[in-house]
Design a protein around this ligand. Structure first.
Ligand SMILES: C[S@@+](CC[C@H](N)C(=O)[O-])C[C@H]1O[C@@H](n2cnc3c(N)ncnc32)[C@H](O)[C@@H]1O
Length: 315
């Protein structure tokens, strides 16, 4: 099945279900990627600043725990985006003359092209092999390309965009694709003051709303649909008990939407679940490592203790 056909099937499956849902991986067309860049620049979206601080100020500690000096390796980044944070590590590794290839994986082709051009310009000695596609498919491809030791980066709290059970399943699959001694570094957003969390996903300028609504615009553009975008509203919640910060698009009125010939009915105030951004406790993070076949090596936090990069090794 080609990418457009999978998109079509996934959209119809989610919108025919009850309650309705859409997969967040489809946020990232060119417009979505540009809107996400603007989210990362918002002061309220603290996640980027926290993880950037870790990569900027604790680069040596990260590199030590990742055991980068041992032997040649592939540094694989899942959902690399603009690789702004990982660039601190890349520069450090080049200075240390580490023998490695950087393999950024992203579902958005435009993002990867921009990244490759920037890295070729800013870090000309870096060997870059971009892989365009889904995290796990491209991880398989990366592991099939060479036998070298693997270090996997999964930043930005992207793991938070999976429900707990799915995150465990994901880590188990990553674990199976890797070999004993390989390492994985994952960014986790920690549970904190619920107001701080909610404000990060509910900005008054409406950038997060535009990012979420772009998903409906993308469906209109690519799947020949007729969503009336102004008839939907972004709605955000955070549950400090289960750590789930959830985004919904709510239909303002009863309406029918045609998607490539199929009609989907919405009731007034009916929500579409579009994204979860789960917040973790340090204990949950170590438990996830142990239950999915890894040994937790370290949790490296920012100065506010709002975010950690957890480093795990394959048992
Ligand atoms: C939230 S951004 C984070 C970017 C970067 N890792 C950071 O922390 O700044 C997510 C990135 O992952 C990519 N992405 C989202 N879902 C993906 C998937 N299922 N497979 C591969 N890439 C994906 C998006 O295109 C986007 O560039």
């Amino acid at each position: 099945m080609d990418k457009l056909e999978s998109f079509h099937q996934d959209v119809l499956r989610g919108l025919k279900d009850h309650p309705k849902w859409l997969q967040p991986k489809y946020f990232y067309d060119d417009n979505g990627a540009a809107l996400f860049q603007r989210i990362m620049e918002m002061p309220a979206y603290y996640l980027t600043a926290c993880e950037l601080e870790i990569f900027r100020d604790k680069t040596v500690e990260l590199a030590e725990v990742l055991h980068v000096q041992q032997e040649p390796f592939d540094l694989i980044e899942l959902g690399a985006g603009d690789a702004m944070k990982s660039s601190f590590l890349l520069e450090h590794l080049l200075r240390e003359q580490a023998d490695f290839t950087y393999m950024p994986i992203d579902i958005c082709g435009e993002v990867l092209l921009t990244l490759r051009d920037r890295l070729n310009r800013d870090l000309p000695n870096l060997e870059v092999v971009p892989l365009h596609g889904e995290y796990l498919d491209m991880l398989r491809e990366a592991t099939e390309q060479s036998d070298r030791r693997k270090i996997v980066l999964f930043l930005g709290s992207n793991i938070g965009n999976m429900e707990l059970e799915d995150a465990h399943g994901f880590c188990r699959t990553v674990n199976r694709r890797l070999k004993r001694g390989d390492t994985m570094l994952t960014g986790f957003d920690l549970q904190k003051n619920p107001h701080t969390i909610l404000e990060a996903y509910n900005d008054k300028e409406g950038i997060t709303a535009a990012f979420n609504l772009n998903l409906l615009e993308r469906i209109n553009r690519e799947l020949d649909a007729d969503f009336n975008i102004s008839a939907f509203q972004h709605y955000q919640t955070y549950d400090p008990i289960d750590g789930g910060c959830r985004s919904y698009l709510v239909s303002g009125t009863a309406q029918k939407v045609n998607i490539g010939g199929e009609v989907i009915s919405f009731e007034a105030n009916e929500p579409i679940a579009v994204e979860v951004s789960r917040k973790y406790t340090p204990l949950e993070i170590d438990q996830m490592a142990i239950e999915t076949g890894f040994a937790p090596l370290a949790q490296i936090a920012d100065s506010k203790n709002w975010f950690v990069d957890a480093i795990w090794q394959v048992n």
